[in-house]
Write a protein that binds this ligand. Structure first.
Ligand SMILES: *[C@@H]1O[C@H](CO)[C@@H](O)[C@H](O)[C@H]1NC(C)=O
Ligand SMILES: *[C@@H]1O[C@H](CO)[C@@H](O)[C@H](O)[C@H]1NC(C)=O
Ligand SMILES: *[C@@H]1O[C@H](CO)[C@@H](O)[C@H](O)[C@H]1NC(C)=O
Ligand SMILES: *[C@@H]1O[C@H](CO)[C@@H](O)[C@H](O)[C@H]1NC(C)=O
Ligand SMILES: *[C@@H]1O[C@H](CO)[C@@H](O)[C@H](O)[C@H]1NC(C)=O
Ligand SMILES: *[C@@H]1O[C@H](CO)[C@@H](O)[C@H](O)[C@H]1NC(C)=O
Ligand SMILES: *[C@@H]1O[C@H](CO)[C@@H](O)[C@H](O)[C@H]1NC(C)=O
Ligand SMILES: *[C@@H]1O[C@H](CO)[C@@H](O)[C@H](O)[C@H]1NC(C)=O
Ligand SMILES: *[C@@H]1O[C@H](CO)[C@@H](O)[C@H](O)[C@H]1NC(C)=O
Ligand SMILES: *[C@@H]1O[C@H](CO)[C@@H](O)[C@H](O)[C@H]1NC(C)=O
Ligand SMILES: *[C@@H]1O[C@H](CO)[C@@H](O)[C@H](O)[C@H]1NC(C)=O
Length: 225
């Protein structure tokens, strides 16, 4: 009974939103820029500009959509009818991972702004225990780890990635990780100085080092600390 009611309500709301079609001739398709201030977040910029967080993040090829650096300039794409304001698929997932090591390189990671053990575990898709075991730095028992601290990443052995140059024209590292079977953390480790690139012309996209098809080479791998 409850299920039936839910599906009826779902169809009702789906019908209403589908009916409320977006008239693309009324959209503001002007591309503009946004100077990032210290109080800006991707959410506040999304609200101010009427673009979804993921449309902004993808247009700027952001490594991490929540990582903003005051003083830099973001590209604000034109409004589109496919822009879904609720889309969070470009954000690093909050899933719980059970992996104990990362297949393929790199073996070291330089922490980014506001990284914690928990955020690093999510970037590399390993369990929090795995990062805690590996991170021996005395100052990071909890909370934020100072930017640019070097951390050892536990590697699966034997394992490998194929690393190739890749012209990054659109998306976030989350999109790339899914496309190339790797993790956000590994793409960050291979490209330690890259954060995002707000070039208006997609053909100007930067070339990054892309770890691809990162896999364990046997079913019985050992963890290298
Ligand atoms: C879309 O907007 C334009 C300009 O405002 C208008 O001429 C047109 O009739 C609208 N189309 C629909 C399907 O509402
Ligand atoms: C606007 O919508 C019409 C009808 O859905 C479509 O044919 C047209 O390609 C769209 N234009 C743009 C610029 O998206
Ligand atoms: C369209 O958006 C641009 C910024 O992208 C803004 O400067 C301009 O005022 C907007 N135009 C209208 C009619 O809202
Ligand atoms: C915001 O953008 C959507 C398309 O994503 C558009 O349909 C809507 O009219 C815009 N709203 C305003 C206030 O500009
Ligand atoms: C992850 O969880 C935090 C805290 O609950 C929340 O602020 C954030 O939006 C979540 N991110 C995603 C991608 O769900
Ligand atoms: C590789 O092996 C580790 C350790 O057994 C495991 O946690 C992980 O899920 C494996 N990775 C893949 C992609 O199968
Ligand atoms: C990108 O992030 C890294 C790590 O937080 C930082 O060291 C670097 O200065 C940032 N680069 C730019 C161009 O802001
Ligand atoms: C960095 O972390 C601090 C403390 O948790 C938080 O107040 C701040 O909003 C974070 N900054 C960004 C840009 O996420
Ligand atoms: C740890 O923190 C203390 C006090 O803030 C500081 O003196 C020390 O240099 C830090 N050590 C490392 C490895 O960052
Ligand atoms: C990604 O790697 C896993 C583990 O080896 C494999 O099962 C899966 O098929 C791969 N996916 C793609 C899209 O290559
Ligand atoms: C897995 O590898 C370890 C060390 O190489 C070995 O001791 C162990 O017997 C292997 N386990 C299986 C199930 O093959």
């Amino acid at each position: 009974m409850a299920t039936k009611l839910t599906s009826i309500l779902f169809l009702f709301f789906w019908g209403v939103t589908a009916q409320n079609t977006c008239n693309n001739s009324t959209l503001n398709t002007t591309v503009s820029t946004w100077p990032v201030t210290s109080t800006d977040t991707i959410y506040s910029i999304s609200t101010s500009t009427n673009r979804s967080i993921c449309d902004i993040a993808r247009a700027n090829r952001m490594s991490d959509a929540t990582l903003m650096v005051a003083g830099e300039t973001l590209l604000i794409p034109g409004e589109t009818c496919d822009d879904n304001q609720g889309d969070t698929s470009c954000l690093i997932s909050n899933s719980t991972y059970y992996r104990t090591c990362v297949p393929g390189g790199l073996h070291t990671y330089n922490t980014r702004y506001n990284d914690t053990r928990a955020s690093i575990a999510l970037k590399f898709e390993v369990s929090l225990d795995t990062i805690t075991l590996m991170d021996k730095s005395a100052n990071s028992t909890a909370g934020i780890i100072p930017t640019d601290s070097q951390l050892k990443i536990p590697q699966c052995s034997p394992s490998q990635c194929t690393v190739q140059p890749y012209k990054f024209t659109y998306g976030t590292y989350v999109d790339l990780a899914i496309q190339f079977n790797t993790t956000v953390g590994q793409i960050m480790a291979f490209n330690p100085t890259y954060n995002y690139s707000g070039e208006a012309d997609a053909s100007e996209g930067p070339v990054i080092s892309m770890p691809m098809n990162c896999v364990n080479l046997t079913g019985n791998v050992t963890v290298i600390a």
